[in-house]
Design a protein around this ligand. Structure first.
Ligand SMILES: [Zn+2]
Ligand SMILES: [Zn+2]
Length: 229
């Protein structure tokens, strides 16, 4: 591609960023990607052992139907997330989009009316210059031949950083910060896309807003998902 020529991507493993003869996954990362791991059947978080449904989902904390993430949010994934999200290296996950689309087909299916990225507040968008969730949503939707509605859900209230907070405080923080702008018939099945699923508070708050607006069903797909302790 012309863009690759103009802005050559570094010859590194796209996941751990180790130098490679060409841009390809190194052997340990290949194994990391192929490894089978137990996950919660509802929220998709990775589990230390296969006990089916996590404690949060047993308490029915979430109102989406099902969430799933391609990668565990650990080691090399956390590292590339920083590049993708904060350092304007929007290409870092280019090599993972085919896998993400495959993962979606396997775990959530493809029968969605449209794809909705988790929005950024306009001020943050201006600061960063892009919304990482929108980049994921577009790359995924293109492969699944689904429409993307980038401004269907908007963030209307700025919220403090939540890295140190648990699920309950995060939900409190996020309350009424998302707003649906599009028209809804009441039958829509929506795929919500974000970069990472940690406590699930953001996914849950977005789902809450979508359901309140009349969306029938929400599914959640992320590139990375936390490992449940
Ligand atoms: Zn690697
Ligand atoms: Zn769960």
């Amino acid at each position: 591609m012309l863009l690759d020529f103009l802005y050559p991507k570094p010859k590194v493993c796209p996941l751990c960023l180790k130098p490679m003869p060409k841009r390809e996954f190194c052997q340990p990362c290949r194994e990391f990607l192929n490894k089978a791991r137990p996950v919660c059947q509802v929220c998709g978080r990775f589990l230390p052992t296969d006990y089916g449904i996590c404690s949060d989902c047993r308490k029915k904390n979430f109102s989406f139907i099902k969430a799933s993430g391609l990668l565990p949010y650990t080691g090399p994934v956390r590292q590339t997330m920083v590049f993708f999200k904060y350092k304007n290296k929007r290409y870092v996950w280019d090599e993972l989009y085919d896998l993400l689309a495959w993962h979606c087909r396997e775990k959530l299916g493809t029968k969605f009316d449209f794809v909705v990225p988790v929005p950024l507040h306009p001020r943050k968008f201006k600061e960063r210059g892009y919304n990482q969730a929108e980049i994921l949503a577009k790359n995924l939707a293109h492969r699944l031949q689904l429409p993307v509605k980038s401004n269907f859900l908007v963030k209307v209230r700025e919220t403090p950083a939540q890295v140190q907070l648990g699920f309950k405080q995060r939900r409190k923080n996020l309350r009424e910060s998302f707003y649906v702008t599009g028209r809804v018939t009441g039958r829509e099945k929506v795929l919500l896309v974000d970069d990472v699923f940690t406590t699930g508070a953001t996914a849950e708050e977005c789902t809450h807003s979508l359901l309140l607006a009349g969306i029938a069903e929400v599914y959640v797909l992320t590139m990375a998902t936390a490992v449940k302790k």
